[in-house]
Ligand binder design. Structure first.
Ligand code: SF4
Ligand code: SF4
Length: 371
């Protein structure tokens, strides 16, 4: 039978490699909060096999199952057969969009980015009181969540860069638009072009991203390859910070949440920990860490489309932090901070910060103490 969809053409053999062992079930955050076997990777691969065999149609009835995936890659990293589930899901979503079967929240994201320069369709980002688009050694690229939802954390990050005397500039940034590829659409070339032009105009040789997703997009998407070709390095702020002597520390019990985009997707596990260990001798790992870290539930468009389950996933992560009696959860992603902070446990005793915000606070306290 001639394949009907792109996902079959590209991934038929990979989908058939799924041995149905079920190792993915224990690690899938969606399964963890729904306990529905059809939602984990095995269930999804079985459904796709049925579609390929012509037994069930690809249509609106599969939206709930196939769009409910944070693309966290926990299944892929634990799969003995090497089934690349997030990539398969992304292509299936494209096929579904092509036949008009799409979750309205995902469709909305694409529509917003056709008209607006940010995912929230807001007119102006917070004014961070910094000069933009000037010549500098570094560009600091904030990302949509940091610009429009977690501006307090972004202000603290910028203050930290100032304290460390980094010669950076902000730019009139627009959404990197990588997320569109996760929700069934194509990256927005106009937005890509605007970012590339703004970055190169500064003469900077390094882009520091505050957002792991923007980092991933700049590093891996062909549309942004021009950066590398022009000799412009892209680093996440956690990589940038690890060599600084910060001169502050805390006695608090601190733990670290690995964002999926930084950890499982980019392999960046140790740099954030190097910095945290320097400032927090009472650092403790959560039961699920590094490649086994629980997803915060925000990714892959799930926060917008399935908010209840998204927050339930965040709560599971917070329970992990509670299990080690952490007083502070640090992470490296505004989206994780946003979702974890919104989830809140009853009688929660810890605070959630971006690492940069926490370090800046320690520096501020030290300066005040020295006055
Ligand atoms: S771990 Fe891999 S092979 Fe096993 S059921 Fe899940 S997707 Fe299939
Ligand atoms: S990528 Fe994450 S959410 Fe999606 S099926 Fe795999 S484990 Fe579940």
């Amino acid at each position: 039978m001639e394949p009907k969809y792109d996902f079959e053409r590209k991934y038929r053999d990979v989908i058939l490699q799924c041995s149905r062992c079920g190792f993915c079930q224990a690690v899938c955050p969606i399964y963890g909060v729904t306990l529905r076997p059809s939602y984990n990777a095995r269930g999804k691969m079985l459904l796709l096999k049925e579609v390929m065999d012509g037994k069930i149609p690809l249509n609106d009835e599969l939206i709930e199952t196939l769009f409910q995936c944070t693309t966290c890659a926990s299944c892929e990293k634990n799969c003995p057969s090497g089934v690349s589930v997030p990539e398969i899901i992304k292509l299936v979503r494209k096929d579904m969009v092509n036949i008009g079967s799409c979750h309205p929240a995902f469709k909305g994201m694409n529509e917003v980015l056709l008209k607006s320069t940010n995912i929230y369709a807001e007119d102006e980002p917070a004014d961070f009181g910094r000069e933009r688009n000037r010549k500098a050694d570094y560009v600091f690229f904030i990302g949509c969540v940091g610009s429009y939802r977690e501006d307090e954390s972004t202000t603290a990050t910028l203050e930290l860069l100032d304290r460390l005397k980094v010669d950076y500039t902000l730019i009139d940034e627009v959404c990197c638009s990588g997320v569109l590829e996760d929700v069934g659409y194509r990256i927005n070339e106009d937005l890509v072009r605007k970012n590339l032009e703004s970055i190169t105009a500064t003469g900077a040789k390094t882009v520091i991203t505050g957002c792991p997703y923007c980092y991933r997009t700049f590093k891996n998407r062909p549309q942004y390859q021009e950066l590398e070709k022009s000799g412009i390095r892209v680093v996440h702020v956690s990589q940038f910070l690890k060599d600084f002597d910060l001169g502050v520390s805390t006695d608090k019990k601190v733990t670290y949440h690995d964002p999926c985009d930084l950890g499982r997707h980019c392999g960046i596990y140790e740099e954030p920990r190097e910095t945290i260990r320097k400032i927090a001798p009472n650092f403790v790992e959560m039961p699920h860490n590094r490649v086994d870290a629980l997803c915060c539930g925000a990714g892959g468009g799930v926060r917008g489309a399935f908010p209840k389950n998204s927050l339930a996933m965040a709560r599971r992560r917070l329970e992990d932090a509670e299990a080690v009696s952490a007083e502070v959860i640090l992470t490296e992603c505004n989206s994780c901070v946003h979702n974890l902070a919104n989830a809140k446990l009853r009688k929660q005793k810890f605070k959630i910060y971006n690492t940069t915000q926490f370090i800046n606070e320690l520096m501020e306290e030290k300066e005040c103490g020295n006055d």
